[in-house]
Design a protein around this ligand. Structure first.
Ligand code: IVH
Length: 667
């Protein structure tokens, strides 16, 4: 017979180990074992508990989902009210907030504030007794909330058991939210199942917490961050108290930061706003709290909000407005993009009057009509988009959006390729819209870098017929340019100079500039390195292309078709005749790689552009890096070198000049 004691011990050791890994993962954000190892431990515990159900305890990590749904939500009266925060929207309001605090505290010294993300989720209260999670509730009206213990228990970042040093009684306040990835997956599944998607992660989190059946909540992958506690835990400051919570195993946001005075608050706000769209969860502002508890007490409360804290809101990323009409824009590759023309609305910090509707599938999925009231979203620098119509406000004159059957620019037929959502005008550069887009791409900084040939000029040059093919750029005259509306003599001369200057390029940049579908900067450089000459690319077969690492089958097909096309070859020849040239790429097949394992950093002006030197060094097997470290073989410095020289000197890295570089390139 197996010794029962041993099994009890094994189960308890496994639980402890899992709990420790949860702490590492959720609280310290520093997992120490791979997921697969964790899963193994978890499975082992499940199996042992299955064989010995009498040993299951409520705090076991396997006991997050209660077997039976609850029949209703019970009321829960909070031990201390759950307050809300006053909002601020401008720097002036922050200045006033700070000034008021200083007046009340009669304090002219530096004041310390904690700045925390304002999580866009739902406030909850969670109660631990003797280190065990026993009850959790919603905020409700601040005095009475709903008991949602069964659902909160399913949230992996809320520990069921605290670490040893936690006090006997502990009540934590914090926010439950739905990470963006989880939200997107949930909505994708809703659409597949013909269910209505949630408007945003906050609503999805709210909907998930209001489930009677915890097995549904468990599938929603909610998360939790603590932002307060009903006790000061013998600490003098909020930040100290939060650190203590962390040591008990409670998850605290690593973005929380201490700052001084209004200046520090504003700086932190800007930094947090810049981070907003890179975070894996939504935040809608920054919460500022006076850090010192005795100051907090002196400041007190007004109505239902503390005077020592404030929510400094970010500009809303969503707003409601009317969709007046829909236009179809033709892109570089002929794809038609439906663009909603909106009644101008202030959103994400700017006035928006156009927003993308992406494609026909999205229009159908969202069921957007012309004249609808719609939710518009502008997050960070992302192109504004129409999120959804407000169906409750749909007017009688709402019209279905009809996709054109002919290109709105050149009148050619529109086709939809198999397996593709996009509708396209297939006439290529015959279509003026596609020519304009192609030239815009061709002249862009990372392509041929023709400074001064901005979007408006490109459109004018194409509309006026001065540019019918890309190579016409190189035959423009001063006289022609001066005929363009608002083109001044100086700008025209500068432009011609920039055009001339751009003729000297690299093969990689030239390939990228041609705008082959699926070929970005990296792909273009790979092709250049591999084939070395344009003539080699013209005759490359699909098999050869597929064999190149980093070029997938779809890209290979586009490359093959583009460069085999006689018209495209003609255009490329004409561009080369017009003077486009690049340094010859040495043949590495007969070339050993004498600089393999060496790393160089280039700074200052040398007798060739840095890009060219880089390409040559790389062909010889060297790596070229942009920053100096102890691993750098040498810094190659030309005239007016940057601070990299000092860094090299400090690290004892060799410094080469033009002469040494010439020698290197001959190796
Ligand atoms: S402190 C006494 N800190 O914002 C103040 N609240 O309008 C208690 N919230 O209901 C709140 N992130 O749900 C605090 N870092 C944070 C927060 C935060 C989000 C929510 C919370 C509260 C609402 C206040």
């Amino acid at each position: 017979m197996v010794d029962k004691n041993k099994i009890t011990q094994k189960i308890s050791a496994l639980r402890k180990e899992i709990q420790e890994h949860d702490f590492q993962y959720y609280v310290l954000d520093d997992p120490t074992i791979p997921d697969s190892e964790y899963d193994k431990l978890y499975r082992e515990l499940v199996d042992l508990e299955k064989a010995h159900p009498e040993l299951i305890t409520a705090d076991s990590p396997t006991q997050r989902v209660a077997p039976k749904p609850v029949t209703a939500f019970a009321e829960h009266t909070h031990s201390k009210p759950m307050l809300s925060l006053n909002n601020a929207f401008s720097e002036e309001e922050i200045a006033q907030f700070e000034k008021r605090i200083r007046q009340t505290l009669d304090n002219t010294d530096e004041l310390v504030y904690t700045c925390e993300p304002k999580f866009d989720g739902l406030a909850v209260s969670i109660i631990y007794e003797n280190g065990l999670f026993i009850k959790g509730s919603t905020r409700g009206d601040g005095v009475i909330g709903e008991d949602i213990t069964h659902n909160l228990k399913t949230i992996a970042s809320i520990p069921l058991k605290l670490r040893e040093k936690a006090p006997k009684n502990l009540e934590i306040r914090g926010e439950v939210y739905m990470p963006i990835k989880g939200f997107e997956a949930l909505n994708k599944a809703s659409v597949t199942n013909n269910e209505k998607p949630f408007a945003n992660p906050r609503n999805a989190a709210a909907g998930s917490l209001r489930q009677l059946d915890p097995s549904i909540t468990a599938k929603r992958h909610l998360a939790f961050y603590a932002y307060g506690c009903t006790s000061e835990l013998d600490c003098e400051t909020h930040s100290e108290m939060m650190e203590k919570l962390k040591s008990f195993g409670i998850r605290v946001c690593p973005l929380n930061q201490l700052v001084k005075n209004a200046e520090g608050i504003l700086k932190c706000y800007k930094a947090m706003l810049a981070k907003r769209d890179k975070l894996p969860y939504q935040i809608d502002g920054m919460v500022i709290k006076v850090n010192n508890f005795s100051y907090q007490k002196q400041l007190g409360f007004v109505a239902k909000a503390p005077k020592f804290a404030l929510a400094y809101k970010f500009p809303a990323e969503e707003a409601m407005t009317e969709l007046e009409s829909v236009d179809f824009q033709v892109g570089r590759t002929g794809v038609l993009t439906p663009v909603a023309r909106l009644k101008p609305v202030f959103v994400g910090g700017v006035t928006v009057s156009n927003a993308t509707l992406h494609n026909i599938d999205e229009i159908n999925r969202k069921d957007v009509h012309i004249h609808d009231w719609v939710i518009v979203r502008r997050a960070g620098d992302v192109i504004p988009e129409v999120v959804a119509p407000v169906l409750a406000k749909r007017p009688k004159n709402a019209q279905k959006i009809v996709f054109p059957t002919a290109c709105p620019v050149c009148g050619s037929d529109i086709t939809q390729a198999e397996n593709e959502v996009a509708m396209r005008c297939m006439t290529g550069l015959y279509c003026k819209a596609q020519l304009i887009e192609a030239i815009r791409h061709y002249v862009s900084r990372k392509a041929m870098n023709i400074d001064g040939l901005g979007e408006k000029w490109v459109a004018q040059l194409v509309e006026s017929g001065l540019i019918k093919h890309i190579d016409d750029i190189y035959h423009l005259t001063l006289e022609q340019l001066l005929k363009l509306e608002r083109m001044a003599d100086k700008s025209a001369k500068n432009l011609l100079e920039a055009i001339e200057h751009s003729k000297k390029t690299t093969l990689g940049k030239f390939i990228y500039a041609l705008g082959v579908r699926e070929i970005g900067e990296v792909g273009a450089n790979t092709l250049a390195k591999h084939f070395k000459t344009m003539d080699n690319i013209f005759i490359a077969t699909e098999e050869q292309l597929i064999a190149i690492p980093d070029i997938g089958p779809v890209a290979a097909n586009h490359v093959m078709r583009f460069f085999h096309d006689k018209h495209n070859q003609q255009i490329i020849h004409k561009l080369i005749e017009a003077g486009i040239h690049w340094p010859k790429i040495p043949d590495t097949i007969t070339h050993a790689q004498p600089l393999l394992g060496k790393t160089y950093v280039i700074t200052g002006t040398l007798n060739q552009p840095r890009e060219d030197i880089k390409a040559q060094l790389e062909t010889l097997g060297a790596k070229v890096s942009s920053s100096v470290s102890a691993k750098t073989t040498a810094v190659i410095a030309g005239d007016e070198p940057g601070s990299k020289i000092q860094k090299a000197e400090k690290l004892g890295v060799s410094i080469f000049g033009q002469e040494e570089l010439d020698k290197l390139l001959l190796s």
